[in-house]
Design a binder for this molecule. Structure first.
Ligand SMILES: CC(=O)N[C@H]1[C@@H](OP(=O)(O)O)O[C@H](CO)[C@@H](O)[C@@H]1O
Ligand SMILES: [Mg+2]
Length: 557
C-alpha cells in the first residue's frame, strides 16, 4: 500500500470514530446493532468490500444495509460475494478485526497487513466495484453514504447506489452482473413474471383443475418487501394479491407484523384477524428474504391464533413438486435420477424431517444461518434448503441445469415438444429461473408456492395436512456470557459447559417424542433453547426445564 492510499484511509477514517465500548461480530448474518452506533462499522465494511472486489479481479461486490426483522431503530450491513452468495467465511475474521479497530492508525495497520497477506493490488488498471442497496429504514441513507466513503477511500474504486431494495434483489442483481446478464431491478421483475407465467402455462388442464384462484393476503411487514410485491403485482396475471402492511399506512417496520413475528409468536400480524378466517395468508420479513404462510382456523376462538405453515412446510411442498417432475423424467431413463437433496437445521420440526425421509429424500443438517445451508445444498444436483423461520431456496447445479436445457431442446427436436417429459423438464427449467439462486427470496418463494398450489389444486388447508407439526417451543435465555456454550458441529449437543448435556438428556428422557437443544445465538446476546414433544404442554415444560439448566450452569444476567 503506498503513501497516498494510506493517507486516503487515515483521512476518511477520521470522519467515523468508533463509538466507545462498541464490540461487534460478523455473526450469523453480518453486523447488526443500534443504527446510531453503526456509521464506523458500515464505513469499514465499505473498505472491506472494495478490497474483496480487487481480490476477485474487480468483480462486483454487493453491500446490503438492513437489519432484517429487527426493530426499526436497528440497522446492519452484510456483504454479497460475486456469486450472489454470502461473503466467504474466510474473510469474516478480518471483518471482525477492522470493525472493532480502536483508532484510525490501528485500522490502517490491520488493512495494510491484510492487503499484503492476500496480495491485493490497489491502483491497478481496473478498480473495485461495489453495489450498495438498503431497505426502508430511515437510517439507511446516511449509512449508505458512510459505506460509499469507505469504498471511495480505496483508490480507484467505484460505489454504485442501486437504491431501496429487498436483500434478495441485491444478491440477485450482483450475481446477474457478474455473470454478464441483464442485472437491473426491472430485469429482476421481468425474470420473475416471465418464469411464473411459464409455470402457469404448464399447469395440466385435465384432472383436478376446477381450482379457482383465490385471493392471497400478504403481510408486507411494513417494509421493503410489501412495497416491492406491489410493484411485482402489476406484471402478474393468474394471481390475486391483497397486500397489507406496506408501510404506507402508518405501520411501523416489524412491529407486530412480519414473518419472524408470526413464526415465533404463532399469532396473526396486525391488520389480520377473524375477518380472514380460512384465507390463504403470507408474511414476509423486514428485508423480504423470509416467507411463512398462515391461516386463521375456522374453529378459532381467539382472534389471534394461526395455523402456521413455516419454512419446513414450504420446503416440503417444493420437494414434492420437484420430485414429481423428476419422476416423470426418470421413467424410461434407466432409473437415472438427478440427486435431489434437502437441507435443514436443528430447528426443523421433527415431523417435517420424518415426512421428507418418507418421500425418500436425502435429508442433511447444517448449522443455523443460511451461509451454512447454502453450502450443503450446493452439493446436490438439485438442493432445497430452508430454515424453519422461512429463509430458503432451491439450488440447481450448473451440470444439472445444462442437462435439463439440453433435454428440453432434444425433445423439441424429435417432435416431443408436447410430451409429459417435455413439460416436466420445462417446469424444472422455469423453477430454476423463478427461484432466486443466490439467497432465499420471499417474492420468488410466494410465486412458486402459489403456482404449485394451482398446479396440484390444493387449498392452504390441504397443504397444511402434509404432516402435523410436533408441538415446539423456543425460549431465549439471557446469560452473562453466551460464548460459554459450545456445541457440536450439528448444534444438537452442548460440549460446554461440562455436564450440561447429560442434564439436558435426563430431562428429554421424561417426555414422549422429546427433543431439545441449546446454542448461543449469532445475532442476539442470548442462549436459545429449542424443545419439541408430543403435546404443547410437554414442549413448554421441557423448554422451561432446559432454560432453568442454562441459568443454573451459566448464571442469569
Ligand atoms: C432460531 C433462528 O430463527 N435463528 C435465526 C437467527 O440466527 P441466530 O444465530 O439464532 O440468532 O437469525 C439468522 C439471521 O437472520 C437466521 O439465519 C437464523 O435462522
Ligand atoms: Mg431477513
Amino acid at each position: 500500500m503506498d503513501e497516498i492510499q494510506i493517507a486516503s484511509l487515515l483521512k476518511s477514517s477520521e470522519l467515523f470514530p468508533i463509538p466507545q465500548g462498541l464490540k461487534l461480530s460478523y455473526g450469523t448474518a453480518g453486523f447488526r446493532g443500534d443504527a446510531k452506533l453503526l456509521e464506523s462499522t458500515v464505513y469499514r465494511v465499505g473498505i472491506l468490500s472494495a478490497l474483496r472486489s480487487l481480490k476477485l479481479g474487480s468483480s462486483t461486490i454487493g453491500l446490503m444495509i438492513t437489519a432484517s426483522h429487527n426493530k426499526v431503530s436497528d440497522n446492519g450491513i452484510k456483504v454479497s460475494d460475486p456469486s450472489g452468495g454470502m461473503l466467504s467465511q474466510e474473510w469474516e475474521p478480518f471483518a471482525d478485526q477492522i470493525a472493532n479497530a480502536a483508532s484510525p492508525q490501528e485500522l490502517v495497520s490491520l488493512i495494510r497487513a491484510f492487503v499484503e497477506k492476500e496480495e491485493i493490488k490497489i491502483g491497478g488498471d481496473k478498480g473495485a466495484e461495489v453495489w450498495l442497496g438498503r431497505d426502508t429504514r430511515p437510517s439507511g441513507e446516511s449509512l449508505l453514504r458512510a459505506a460509499e466513503i469507505g469504498v471511495d477511500s480505496v483508490l480507484g474504486s467505484v460505489a454504485v447506489d442501486i437504491g431501496i431494495l429487498t436483500t434478495p434483489q441485491l444478491h440477485w442483481m450482483v450475481r446477474a452482473k457478474n455473470k454478464g446478464l441483464k442485472a437491473t431491478e426491472k430485469d429482476y421483475f421481468e425474470n420473475l413474471s416471465t418464469s411464473f407465467r411459464c409455470l402457469v402455462n404448464l399447469i395440466p388442464i385435465s384432472g383436478n383443475n376446477k381450482f379457482e384462484i383465490s385471493k392471497l393476503l400478504v403481510d408486507g411487514a411494513n417494509g421493503v418487501g410489501g412495497q416491492k410485491i406491489e410493484e411485482l403485482r402489476a406484471s402478474l396475471s393468474n394471481l390475486d394479491l391483497e397486500i397489507r402492511n406496506t408501510g404506507r399506512d402508518g405501520g411501523v417496520l416489524n412491529e407486530g407484523v412480519g414473518a419472524d413475528f408470526v413464526q415465533k409468536e404463532k399469532v396473526v400480524p396486525l391488520g389480520f384477524g377473524l375477518k380472514d378466517v380460512g384465507m390463504r395468508c403470507a408474511s414476509l420479513d423486514g428485508d423480504a428474504d423470509r416467507l411463512v404462510y398462515f391461516y386463521v382456523p375456522s374453529d378459532s376462538t381467539s382472534d389471534v391464533k394461526v395455523e402456521l405453515l413455516d419454512g419446513d412446510k414450504i420446503l416440503s411442498l417444493f420437494a414434492l413438486f420437484i420430485k414429481e417432475q423428476l419422476n416423470v423424467l426418470d421413467d424410461g431413463n434407466e432409473g437415472k435420477q438427478s440427486r435431489l437433496g434437502v437441507v435443514q437445521t436443528a430447528y426443523a420440526n421433527g415431523a417435517s424431517t420424518d415426512y421428507l425421509k418418507q418421500l425418500g429424500l436425502d435429508v442433511v443438517f447444517a448449522k443455523t444461518g443460511v451461509k451454512h445451508l447454502h453450502e450443503k445444498a450446493a452439493e446436490f444436483d438439485i438442493g432445497i434448503y430452508f430454515e424453519a423461520n422461512g429463509h430458503g431456496t432451491i439450488l440447481f447445479s450448473e451440470s444439472c441445469l445444462s442437462w435439463l436445457v439440453t433435454k428440453q431442446k432434444d425433445l423439441t427436436a424429435i417432435g416431443q415438444g408436447g410430451s409429459e417429459e417435455h413439460k416436466a423438464v420445462s417446469r424444472l427449467v422455469a423453477v430454476s429461473n423463478l427461484i432466486n439462486q443466490a439467497v432465499g427470496d420471499a417474492l420468488s418463494g410466494v410465486l412458486l408456492v402459489e403456482v404449485i398450489l394451482q398446479h396440484i389444486g390444493w387449498s392452504i388447508q390441504k397443504w397444511n395436512e402434509l404432516y402435523k407439526d410436533l408441538p415446539s417451543r423456543q425460549i431465549k435465555v439471557e446469560v452473562p456470557d453466551r460464548t460459554a456454550v459450545v456445541t457440536t458441529s450439528q448444534e444438537t449437543e452442548a460440549l460446554r459447559p461440562l455436564g450440561i448435556q447429560d442434564a439436558i438428556n435426563s430431562e428429554i428422557k421424561k417426555y414422549s417424542r422429546g427433543r431439545a437443544f441449546i446454542r448461543p445465538s449469532g445475532t442476539e446476546d442470548v442462549v436459545r433453547v429449542y424443545a419439541e414433544a408430543s403435546t404443547q404442554e410437554a414442549a413448554d415444560s421441557l423448554a422451561n426445564s432446559v432454560a432453568q439448566l442454562v441459568k443454573s450452569f451459566l448464571g442469569s444476567s
